[in-house]
Each structure stands twice: as C-alpha cells, then as structure tokens.
Design a protein around this ligand. Structure first.
Ligand SMILES: [Zn+2]
Ligand SMILES: [Zn+2]
Length: 427
C-alpha cells in the first residue's frame, strides 16, 4: 500500500543510525546528523578519540549538539500512530465510517428504486390514459361522422325529390310540346291546301284547342339553400350532443325522501330549507334528522353525470349516497356510512368528506358542481361544472344502488336561503 510504504520511509528517516530505533530525545550535531541523545553520549564515552560524528566523522568539539524539538514531536507522532491501540482505534473508526456509508448507500438505492417504480407507474398510467382519451375521441369522431352521413343523406334525399319533380315537369313539358308540334304540322298542312279546297272544307277542318300543361310551382332555390345554411357547426354540435354519454342527466328530487323542512319546486328541480316543518306523509324513505333529499333516480350500473347549481350558498353538502343509508338516524356523512360527498362550510371552505376530511382549494368558488358516478370503476368524482376543472375523486366506492344526494344545510335566516337546483341541459 502507498500509505504504508510512505510510512516505512518516514520511519527510516526518523531512525537513529546507532541504535536503529526511532529517535529518543533526538539531537542534531553541527554536521546536521541526528542521533538519540543517549546513543551519541554513550558512543562518545566509549570512544578513545575526541568526539566526532559516527557517520561523517566530523569532530564535535566540546560534544556540542542541539536538542531537536520539532523532530522529537514528529517521532512522538509516528510512534503513537504505530501503536496497536491507535491502529485499533483507527480501524474501528474506518469500519464505522464504512458501515455508515454502506447504510446510506442502501438507503439511497432504496429511494432510487421507489423513484424508478414511480417512473414505471407514471409511464404505465399515462399509457392507459392515452388509450382511454383516444378511445373517447374515436367515439366522438364516430358520432361526428355518423352525424355527417345523416345530414348529407338528408340533403341527398331532398335533392333527389326535387330533381324527380323537375324531371317530371320536363317530361310533361316535352309531352305538351310534341302535341303542339303535331298540331302545328296539321295546321300548316291545312294552310297549304287552302287554295285547293273550298272554304266549306276548311270550316269543317278539325282544329283542336291548344294543349295545356299543368303549371308546377317554381323551384324555390333560395329556400332550398337557406334551409341548409346557418350556424352549421353549432347546429351539428347540438345534434351530436344527443349521442354523448354520459351527458348531464336531467335529475329531479325525490319528494318522499325530503326532510319535512325542505320545500321543493313544482318541477322538483329546486329545493329550499324553511325553518318550519311541513306536514308530509310518513315514509321510511324520508330523512328525519338532517335536511337531506335524494334524487328520484337510483343507479346500479353504468356511468352517470349530473350538475347541481349551488350559486352563492354559504353551506351545502352534495354527492352520492348508498340507497340503503339509515335515514332515520343522525349520521356522519362519510364513506363508511355510505356517503361520498363534497361540502362547503363557512362560505369558502371546501372539503371532501373522506375520513379524515380533505380540504380542497378550487381555483374559484364553484357555482355549479358536476358529479360523476362510475358504478363499474367504483368512483365518485366532482368537478367545477363552470370549467370542468377536477375537484376530488372518491375511490373504492361500493353499494348495491346509488342515489344522488343533496343537503341544503340550514338557511340561517336568509344567509344560506338560496335554493339548490338540479341543472337540466337546455338544448
Ligand atoms: Zn539511538
Ligand atoms: Zn555527521
């Protein structure tokens, strides 16, 4: 090892030429050679001649030497480093450092693995979403193409009818013309014979009245053109909208489920909370504790989407409830109790009523909330129906049948008195 060979050469440099050990109390002679103090003194004592350097033989009058403190310190350090205890400590220290780094490495590896898994998952999910989006667009293209074919077929049919009528007119006119031609010929012949025959004969000549061809109403080309013009993209888009699935469902409130304090509009699309209970028929389907109401429509399969106007209400709950929820008891709105809802509290706090609640931060206060129920996937998703921005999605939603769920919350005088409305797509 480079380290140990360097150490070896350093030890050689610090070794006394007399005792061949590391210097002990090193001293320097005038000739710049170093020895242990004891060694050089003993050497000189044993020497018959005057004191000199054992290496270069230069004489050292008066046994002069200088104590070399710097060298002494260096020797001390090398000696200490060479000790077994020190080696042991160093080894332990290095082993600990190694172990700590290995652990750190393992941790980073683990984190890298997690991130790599995320990369795989993200790619996979993106692929699935890509596939799904393409399928939806393919369906839209198909609807659009079907719509185009239907519109063009309608145009073709009208053109064909008009053409048939025009051709019929041409036929009739040609027929009339042929009759007239024959008549003209006949009259001409008669005219040419005028000189040869007596007027008596002419009198008796059969001149038939002229033919009359029935007049057909003129083709109104302008009307034909106008009836196939206009805001065509909008017209086709509206026709196309009928084929879109799911489109906003025209829900109504179920009066039998409504809490006695809730007043429904005649068309069952608006609900308001009043501070006094109304007399209503008793029903096991009625909410008795909270000012809740369900939609009349229950779902057990497929995808469904509806929109609820909340306007500037200051409090509300809405979403989906299992049809089997306990309507007599006062229960917490949470998935465990069969409710997947969003709520507004204190005018501006939007929450998903998951366990625990999840605070939402919509880009702006939604005035119309879209609810999307996918029975197959087991999801309930919420959107700001103004711009269709996503608000929250519940997963692992499970029930035999699902009902749209609404709670106006208390009106608090007029503060939260605005009705909640079911939006119907007006087309
Ligand atoms: Zn020595
Ligand atoms: Zn010397």
């Amino acid at each position: 090892m480079a380290g140990s060979s360097q150490e070896r050469s350093l030890r050689e440099e610090l070794t006394c030429a007399i005792c061949c050990e590391l210097f002990s109390e090193p001293v320097m002679l005038d000739c710049m050679h170093h020895y242990c103090r004891g060694c050089i003194v003993r050497y000189w004592d044993s020497c018959a001649r005057g004191p000199s350097c054992p290496q270069c033989r230069r004489s050292c009058p008066g046994r002069a030497f200088r104590t070399h403190y710097l060298l002494a310190g260096l020797v001390d350090k090398v000696r200490r480093c060479g000790s077994r205890e020190h080696r042991h400590r160093m080894q332990k220290h290095l082993e600990d450092a190694l172990q700590a780094r290995q652990k750190e490495l393992e941790k980073l590896l683990q984190r890298k693995r997690v991130v790599q898994e995320d990369i795989c998952s993200l790619t996979k999910v993106s692929g699935e979403l890509n596939f799904k989006i393409r399928a939806e667009f393919a369906r839209l293209h198909q609807i659009l193409e079907e719509e185009e074919r239907a519109v063009l077929a309608g145009l073709g049919e009208q053109e064909e009818q008009a053409l048939a009528q025009l051709h019929r007119q041409v036929g009739q006119l040609e027929e009339g013309m042929a009759v007239l031609q024959r008549d003209i010929e006949h009259v001409r012949q008669t005219l040419s014979k005028m000189e040869d025959v007596s007027l008596l004969e002419v009198e008796s000549l059969d001149i038939r009245p002229s033919v009359s061809v029935e007049t057909q109403p003129a083709l109104d080309l302008q009307h034909y053109r106008d009836s196939h013009s206009g805001p065509l993209q909008y017209i086709f888009w509206r026709q196309m909208l009928r084929s879109i699935c799911p489109a906003p469902a025209p829900l109504t409130f179920d009066p039998e489920s409504a809490h006695p304090n809730l007043v429904l509009s005649r068309d069952l699309t608006a609900v308001t909370e009043r501070d006094r209970a109304q007399r209503v028929p008793a029903s096991p389907r009625r909410f008795r504790q909270c000012v809740n109401v369900l939609g009349s429509q229950a779902f057990d399969r497929g995808q469904h989407y509806w929109e609820v106007w909340v306007g500037s209400k200051t409090k509300w709950d809405l979403g989906v409830a299992a049809e089997a929820v306990d309507r007599a008891a006062k229960v917490r709105l949470c998935p465990e109790n069969g409710y997947w809802t969003l709520r507004l509290r204190n005018r501006a706090e939007y929450w998903a009523s998951a366990s625990p609640w999840v605070r939402l931060a919509p880009r702006r206060p939604p005035r119309k909330v879209g609810v999307f129920l996918d029975c197959q996937e087991g999801t309930v998703a919420f959107f700001d129906a103004g711009d269709m921005s996503h608000l929250f999605t519940f997963h692992q939603v499970s029930a035999e049948r699902y009902c749209p769920f609404f709670s106006t919350c208390f009106s608090d005088g007029r503060d939260n008195g605005e009705p909640m409305r079911l939006c119907h797509l007006a087309l």
